[in-house]
Write a protein that binds this ligand. Structure first.
Ligand SMILES: Cc1cc2nc3c(=O)[nH]c(=O)nc-3n(C[C@H](O)[C@H](O)[C@H](O)COP(=O)(O)OP(=O)(O)OC[C@H]3O[C@@H](n4cnc5c(N)ncnc54)[C@H](O)[C@@H]3O)c2cc1C
Length: 440
């Protein structure tokens, strides 16, 4: 009798577990279907670097790719097959392709319909412009370890070559590295290690895209080999540990870092050097390493007051805006996510969002739903449709479609209205580009 009860109990538990599992899988699939619809609503979305495409005629639905993806929400199972539900979330780990035992996944650049413009470089990462190198994600390959390795390789090639600052004058350098992400840091360390005179120019702060990761993000790095500094042998690190690593590198190697300078043009001086122009002036060097990443340059506010200190082009630390009246400008995912982050954190005197259209059309569904909730609750004030017409230290003025202007109290503006793609900037530097249409 006891045996029968135990067996019945075990069968009951098994049925319950299987029911719970199926419900969980069902809920996940529903979420995936929603994500696919959200992506479709956003139009043609091109991931900025290498990303997977799935051949459904080969996919057997094992789900190995879904489990392998370190970013978790890029691929999901829909109708028993793997689907790319969030191409923009892909950072190019490639773990999905490795995990798939049926060769159903290929890693490609661009899509068959819309190409992705990439710079043409040789095996040393030198472009068609002699002495100008492109390393890291700007060249199309994501991942921190690729960036670190490419930066070091470019520096080795420069060190082995003959292009040097003529006359050894203090005003001309051997190398200027632009962009202080992992690729630029590594290239600068390589140049320092080779005894070259080098400067590292960065528009924001030391660390690159990593500074924009969500707090406490677990980052898959693999071993990172930095010239001059040594090897960091960790498979994963938190965002904060990586930021500490950059600071340690800076302290131990005297990294020649110049921040707050946006490089705008690159011109051949005609004497074996390049003129690098930024918002702060001109510098010259025999070699230039461009490690700009693929985020591009943010579009500016386009109204009087756009150069005020209170105007920001991203939201790194929402806490900074405690007790402030903050206005986010823009209607895409980045702007909406900033407004959501500020409202969810609480503590701002007010959070507003100004957008030139009547609704957040080109935005993911989850962001649309959340911002609508926050606006309905009065935790975010929507100024739609409006355009910013001027800003000063304490206020910002918004013009509506009917021409009326409302001036509101304001301590900070976060502008997220898109930007210039890195391809445009590279073309203006005379760098030859190639367009990849879903090619491996
Ligand atoms: C959310 C997210 C998660 C990720 N997770 C991982 C992960 O787990 N593991 C992994 O390996 N990779 C991950 N990646 C990818 C990784 O962050 C990038 O591949 C890597 O940062 C590329 O390094 P980079 O040096 O080429 O460029 P970036 O890190 O983008 O650095 C470029 C730098 O150039 C500066 N710059 C750009 N233009 C100019 C200019 N005109 N003048 C001056 N400075 C300029 C920028 O401000 C920036 O600091 C992730 C990316 C994202 C967005």
């Amino acid at each position: 009798m006891i045996t029968v009860v135990i067996v019945a109990g075990l069968v009951g538990i098994a049925l319950l577990l299987s029911f719970a599992w199926r419900s969980l899988e069902g809920a996940k699939e529903e979420e995936a279907v929603d994500s696919l619809a959200d992506m479709a609503a956003m139009g043609d979305v091109i991931p900025p670097s290498l990303h997977p495409i799935i051949d459904t005629s080969r996919c057997v639905g094992s789900g190995a790719c879904v489990r392998a993806c370190p970013e978790h929400d890029v691929i999901a199972m829909v109708g028993g097959q793997a689907r790319l539900i969030n191409p923009l979330g892909c950072v190019g780990h490639g773990a999905c392709a490795v995990a798939c035992g049926f060769e159903a996944i290929s890693l490609v650049f661009g899509t068959a319909e819309r190409g992705l413009e990439l710079p043409q470089v040789d095996r040393h990462f030198q472009t068609n412009q002699s002495g100008v190198y492109i390393v890291g994600e700007l060249g199309g390959m994501g991942l921190i370890r690729n960036a670190v390795s490419q930066g070091a390789q470019a520096a080795t090639h420069i060190a082995a070559g003959e292009r040097r600052a003529p006359g050894g004058g203090a005003d001309v350098l051997d190398v200027i590295v632009v962009g202080a992400g992992p690729a630029g840091i590594s290239a600068t360390l390589g140049a320092l290690d080779a005894g070259l005179r080098v400067a590292l120019i960065e528009r924001e702060g030391l660390g690159g895209t990593i500074l924009h990761y969500p707090r406490a993000k677990v980052v898959m790095t693999g071993a990172l080999e930095f010239p001059k500094y040594g090897t960091v042998k960790k498979r994963t690190m938190s965002k904060e540990a990586l930021v500490e690593l950059w600071e340690d590198i800076r302290a131990k190697t005297d990294l020649p870092l110049i921040t707050g300078e946006l490089v705008e043009s690159l011109t051949d001086a005609g004497d074996g050097t390049w003129i690098v122009r930024s918002n702060a002036g001109e510098r010259r060097a025999a070699n230039v390493v461009l490690a700009l990443g693929r985020r591009g340059s943010p579009r500016k506010l386009g109204a009087p007051g756009e150069n005020l200190k209170k105007v920001n082009y991203g939201l790194l630390e929402p806490e900074v805006f405690k007790d402030q009246h903050v206005l986010v400008v823009g209607g895409g995912n980045s702007a909406v996510e900033s407004a959501i982050a500020l409202a969810d954190l609480g503590g701002c005197a007010s959070v507003g969002i100004s957008y030139r259209r009547t609704e957040f059309a080109r935005c993911r569904g989850d962001n649309k739903r959340r911002i609508a909730e926050l606006m309905a609750e009065g935790r975010v004030r929507g100024y739609l449709p409006t355009n910013v017409v001027r800003a000063d230290e304490t206020a910002v003025s918004l013009k509506s479609e009917d021409g009326s202007v409302e001036t509101i109290e304001n301590d900070a503006i976060i502008v997220q209205i898109g930007g210039t793609s890195p391809a445009k900037l590279l073309e203006s530097f005379g760098i030859r580009m190639v367009t990849k249409y879903g090619e491996a």
